[in-house]
Design a protein around this ligand. Structure first.
Ligand SMILES: Nc1nc2c(c(=O)[nH]1)N[C@H]1C(S)=C(S)[C@@H](COP(=O)(O)OP(=O)(O)OC[C@H]3O[C@@H](n4cnc5c(=O)[nH]c(N)nc54)[C@H](O)[C@@H]3O)O[C@H]1N2
Ligand SMILES: Nc1nc2c(c(=O)[nH]1)N[C@H]1C(S)=C(S)[C@@H](COP(=O)(O)OP(=O)(O)OC[C@H]3O[C@@H](n4cnc5c(=O)[nH]c(N)nc54)[C@H](O)[C@@H]3O)O[C@H]1N2
Ligand code: SF4
Ligand SMILES: [Mo]
Length: 704
């Protein structure tokens, strides 16, 4: 058979780049970027290209499995789909009967089919739907809502037209989104400046015009000093601020004591650098981006730090303007009906509070649409506010993506039922009772994506090849499970085409409209609201609330006094974490191609500190925190601040069936403490302190 191509959406990470898949004789020959998609123009990242290796990976999940030995023993019985789904449904019914619908929770990485899983949870009578959001950027979500009434997901950055971009540990050229990388590279060629702030010299730092090695955890002090200079020297956009900002006077009084000289002591960044940054950025306004994310699970002051970044954008007037931040436009904004979602149906009302207590006076501000997933282990273990007995996990690995591996394990082992839908043996799948194998993205279609932005569009993930093994798409698994639970009527589809038709019904768009390019676009020019009178802010005042009614109504101050993240005591380091360009969180460490490129992580340690501790470059070291002990190789360098050490997330794996990454490198999750920013909802992953010590060959085997 001749080669043909299929337009689809990548899922090697969750950025969702549009792709073109070349298929010949049922084999994927090549994956490229979709050449029709603006901003992508055919390009792909290393992970995207390695989708072929995932498709053909012999260590994928191939059949439904029911545990036949103790949890985590690796003893499984291969079963038919009917047996697996009957078993799960039966157990869920029993649990619901005994403990109520609220005792069933579902946790997932938000994805295209999330409207389906949300429907399942609601129809079961449970409030306990969780996404990964809090562990990624929950406090940013909250920060945006306190200022604008919108979540961060409803806002974007126009990097291509920005003239100055300020990045706070936003390692944009390694922790990448293809489109943003391309936009920013092009902008830099045209003279755009980058300021990069990180205690560690990343690839992005090496491309920046100005790099500031900040003391870990002190970015908020830097921002208060920047605001101090901007307000004192009148560098802000007066017209914009006057029209749209509530609370400038209060901010001015608040930042009065936070001088550049004060911030120098706190951050280690010279006062003159802070002053010149403020002036230089102001010259480029309003085409300025102070990038606000993503990773907002760093420290306990995260909500206020993210608020300060967004406020800097507002001061520069860089909101709803080319080269600044913008509110995303959807189908509604072009006069079209948005896609239908299963959650639009009338679903049973759920009265119970969430088990993470989000939405109660104890935890009022995090987004209840996502929940705070790192509270789940505690809720399970302590049965507070009530017992949670069953957990369904889909496209998520909470064992690794919630800090504190041992605590997670204890909690999940206590469940009466743990079911995981994955494509490979995640750490959570490994200790599950039932494992349901999903077809990978190249073998399945999913719900249509409504991609809002400056130019709203719809994208479609379509199957390129037949499933290799006895796997099913997740939307079908949900439907089959729902039927067995007596709630099948909420899932009015059988086939993928039915699901698409349901979404498109009444929109005037048809499935065939996606044929030509794989997507449908609804505007040929970027859509901005009128900055004079047309910003549709959703705060009670209709303004950008520096003084926030949402915060203050719930008992939190808008401007709390600066509390330093304390420097580590002698001999201790802050453990910083991050990603590299060739791996996705915890998903790709076992991918045959990507594993070859980066097979393990190392621990970055400052050269002067290493010398004091007698650690040589490349030597094996043990890293100890209050929660665990890990062993890996030291990377001794002057490219990291002396108060911190750094490792890549997602290594040091415990599942023997994933042979390529098994026990390679160290697990950050095993070292982290599960403590949360109780305002915004993110875990403070980098709050944890560690010691590092060289070890001999003999010592290496002891413990983990
Ligand atoms: N300790 C610690 N925790 C963290 C972070 C950290 O740095 N350190 N980072 C945080 C961030 S930013 C994020 S976004 C989250 C990410 O957290 P996760 O979503 O848990 O991480 P991923 O690696 O994206 O994917 C998790 C699982 O999805 C599975 N998967 C991949 N494709 C498919 C599919 O098509 N179908 C199904 N059913 N499963 C699939 C993978 O095999 C993997 O087991 O973690 C957060 N948590
Ligand atoms: N290749 C690849 N790309 C990805 C992903 C992936 O898994 N792989 N995941 C995507 C997702 S879900 C996300 S959330 C984004 C994450 O993208 P980023 O937000 O860029 O996150 P990280 O990779 O965690 O990088 C965090 C950086 O913060 C630095 N840092 C630590 N402490 C401090 C501090 O106190 N101050 C400052 N200024 N910096 C500090 C660390 O040294 C590190 O370099 O990447 C996305 N893109
Ligand atoms: S960034 Fe890479 S892995 Fe992620 S969706 Fe895009 S091509 Fe795929
Ligand atoms: Mo993330």
């Amino acid at each position: 058979m001749a080669a043909h191509s299929v337009y689809s959406i990548c899922l090697m990470c969750t950025v969702r780049c549009p792709i073109k898949v070349t298929v010949e004789n049922g084999e994927v020959k090549l994956i490229e970027g979709n050449p029709h998609a603006a901003g992508i123009e055919g390009s792909i990242c290393p992970k995207g290209a390695a989708g072929v290796a995932l498709l053909n990976d012999s260590q994928r999940l191939k059949k439904p499995l029911i545990r036949s030995g103790p949890r985590g023993s690796g003893q499984w019985r291969e079963v038919s789909w009917d047996e697996a789904l009957d078993y799960v449904a039966q157990r869920l019914k029993e649990i619901k009967e005994k403990y109520g619908g609220r005792s069933i929770a579902l946790a997932e990485r938000a994805h295209l089919n999330s409207h389906i899983s949300k429907t399942l949870v609601r129809a079961l009578g449970s409030p306990n739907y969780f996404t990964h959001d809090s562990c990624c950027k929950g406090s940013l979500n909250t920060a945006f809502r306190t200022l604008t009434g919108y979540t961060d997901a409803q806002v974007g950055v126009d990097l291509g037209r920005a003239r100055h971009v300020v990045l706070y540990g936003r390692n944009i050229f390694e922790s990448l989104e293809l489109k943003q990388v391309k936009q920013l590279m092009k902008a830099v060629e045209n003279g755009t400046k980058i300021t990069y702030i990180d205690p560690r010299v990343t690839v992005t730092a090496t491309k920046a015009h100005r790099y500031l090695m900040i003391r870990p955890g002190t970015d908020l002090a830097l921002n208060y000093a920047l605001m101090h200079v901007i307000l004192e020297e009148g560098l802000y956009d007066k017209e914009f601020v006057e029209r749209w900002v509530l609370g400038l006077k209060e901010l001015r009084e608040f930042v009065e004591p936070y001088t550049p000289e004060w911030a120098e002591k706190e951050t280690g960044i010279p006062a003159y650098e802070i002053v010149s940054l403020a002036r230089e950025v102001a010259e480029a306004r309003p085409a300025v981006v102070f990038h606000y994310g993503y990773r907002c699970s760093h420290y306990l002051n995260e909500t206020y730090f993210r608020r300060s970044i967004i406020m800097l954008n507002a001061l520069m007037g860089s909101i709803e303007t080319p080269g600044g931040l913008f509110f995303k436009k959807g189908l509604k904004d072009v006069g079209k009906k948005p896609l239908n979602k299963l959650t639009d149906q009338e679903l049973p009302e759920v009265e119970d509070i969430r088990c993470d207590k989000v939405g109660t006076p104890e935890f009022p501000l995090p987004d209840p649409n996502h929940g705070v997933v790192q509270m789940l282990p505690k809720a399970i273990l302590e049965e507070d506010p009530y017992p949670v007995k069953a957990l369904l996990v889909w496209r998520f690995d909470p064992m690794l993506s919630i800090p504190d591996y041992e605590y997670n394990r204890q909690a999940f082992m206590k469940l009466d039922l743990l079911v995981t839908i994955d494509i490979q043996f995640s750490e959570t799948a490994w200790i599950s009772d039932v494992v349901l194998p999903e077809s990978i993205y190249l073998e399945r279609g999913d719900s249509i994506q409504e991609a809002s932005g400056l130019k709203p569009a719809l994208y479609m993930r379509r199957p390129a090849v037949e499933p290799r093994y006895d796997t099913k798409p997740g939307w079908e698994i949900m439907k089959l499970l729902a039927e067995r639970l007596g709630i099948g009527h909420y899932f009015p589809y059988r086939t993928l085409e039915d699901l698409w038709a349901y979404q498109l019904n009444g929109t005037g768009i048809s499935i065939s409209d996606f044929e030509e390019k794989g997507f449908v676009e609804f505007s040929d020019k970027p859509l901005f609201w009128d900055r004079k009178d047309g910003l549709k802010l959703k705060t009670p005042s209709g303004k950008i609330e520096f003084v926030s009614s949402l915060l203050e109504k719930n008992g939190f101050p808008s401007f709390p006094k600066y509390e330093p993240v304390p420097p580590p005591p002698e001999g201790y380091f802050r453990l910083m974490i991050g990603r590299c360009a060739v791996h996705t969180h915890v998903s790709t460490q076992n991918n045959p191609l990507l594993n070859e490129l980066v097979p393990e992580n190392v621990i970055w340690i400052n050269d002067r500190q290493a010398e004091k501790l007698g650690i040589k470059d490349g030597q094996m070291v043990e890293v100890i925190s209050s929660r665990g002990r890990e062993v890996t190789r030291a990377y001794v360098t002057n490219l990291i601040h002396p108060e911190a050490v750094f490792m890549l997330h997602g290594f040091g794996r415990r599942v023997p069936a994933q042979t390529r990454c098994y026990r390679r490198g160290a697990s950050d999750t095993a070292l982290e403490e599960n403590i949360t920013d109780m305002v915004g909802g993110s875990p403070a992953l980098q709050h944890v302190l560690v010691t590092v010590r060289p070890i001999s060959k003999e010592e290496r085997g002891t413990g983990r």
